[in-house]
Write a protein that binds this ligand. Structure first.
Ligand code: PLP
Length: 264
């Protein structure tokens, strides 16, 4: 009988995020993005949510101990090439993730500072937000807030391009190594980047795509960026790619569910 020869191992990407049972955002959406990049996805759930395309109904954080044990178990088994940190939910989850990152100093950590769902539900507690600001931001290689998240993190307005640039600089001063403020909701869509490799700020302008299926665009962006880092690209290349990936996902997104459909 012919023996199978092993294929070359794909880079392993870890998603630490919430569980959205409708697979528009969170862990199960991230697995789709990771697979589309030909990487292998492993996951650590921080919070369960009850939600659909119609919005978030409930958030149920997991115990910090389970999160810590899951992260250590995965870290001791796999060589992890990149990590995406998304919804944390609670202070306990934020603490468990911060302790894991401090202990193991993994490379290529992308932090998507998820604060609220588009439907308005809080996806992190106020104590969790303090831990995110005081500890997690400085431990990430890249942070990917949207304009509203950048405003909440800095206390600054991000209504104009000038204000968004000022917020990006402020996040760098607050300890972030690389900042990508996503502005997919703007017309034209515009991401503002402040990177350690470039003195000047960089603006990436995209194509406006009108779609009803925008649930999970932030998750897809940060995870696509993490995958590109895992595949050896630098932060600027990875951010450009993530923007193109979300744009083409929006163009292809099927109309699913009765609310805001999943982007992929
Ligand atoms: N649910 C989970 C688990 C998430 O991680 C996120 C965002 O990252 C959301 C919901 C919110 O997604 P949306 O802004 O598309 O409502």
């Amino acid at each position: 009988m012919a023996e199978h020869t092993a294929g070359s191992s794909p880079p392993v990407v870890l998603s630490i995020a919430g569980y959205d049972p409708s697979s528009g955002a969170g862990i199960t959406a991230d697995i789709k993005t990771i697979a589309a990049h030909k990487c292998y996805g492993v996951t650590c759930i921080t919070s369960l949510t009850v939600q659909s395309t119609r919005g978030v109904r409930a958030v149920e954080p997991l115990e910090g101990r389970i999160i810590s044990e899951t992260l250590e178990e995965l870290h001791s088994d796999f060589e992890i090439a990149a990590i995406k940190v998304g919804m944390l939910g609670s202070a306990e989850a934020a603490r468990a993730v911060a302790a894991f990152l401090k202990r193991n100093q993994p490379r290529n950590v992308v932090l998507d500072p998820v604060l609220k769902s588009s439907s308005g539900a809080d996806l992190i507690s106020s104590e969790g937000l303090q831990i995110l600001k005081q500890r997690l931001i400085a431990m990430a290689l890249v942070i990917t807030p949207n304009a509203a998240e950048a405003a909440a993190l800095t206390g600054m307005s991000t209504a104009t391009l000038d204000e968004t640039e000022a917020a990006a600089r402020q996040l760098r001063r607050a300890g972030a190594r690389n900042v990508v403020i996503t502005g997919g909701h703007l017309d034209p869509p515009r991401d503002v980047l402040s990177l350690e490799s470039h003195q000047a700020l960089i603006t990436l302008t995209g194509e406006k795509i009108l779609s009803r299926s925008t649930h999970g665009t932030g998750c897809a962006f940060s995870t696509a960026l993490a995958c590109r880092l895992a595949l050896g690209k630098n932060v600027l290349e990875a951010a450009k790619h993530a923007k193109n990936y979300v744009e083409s996902a929006l163009k292809k997104a099927p109309a699913l569910g009765r609310g805001v459909g999943p982007v992929i």
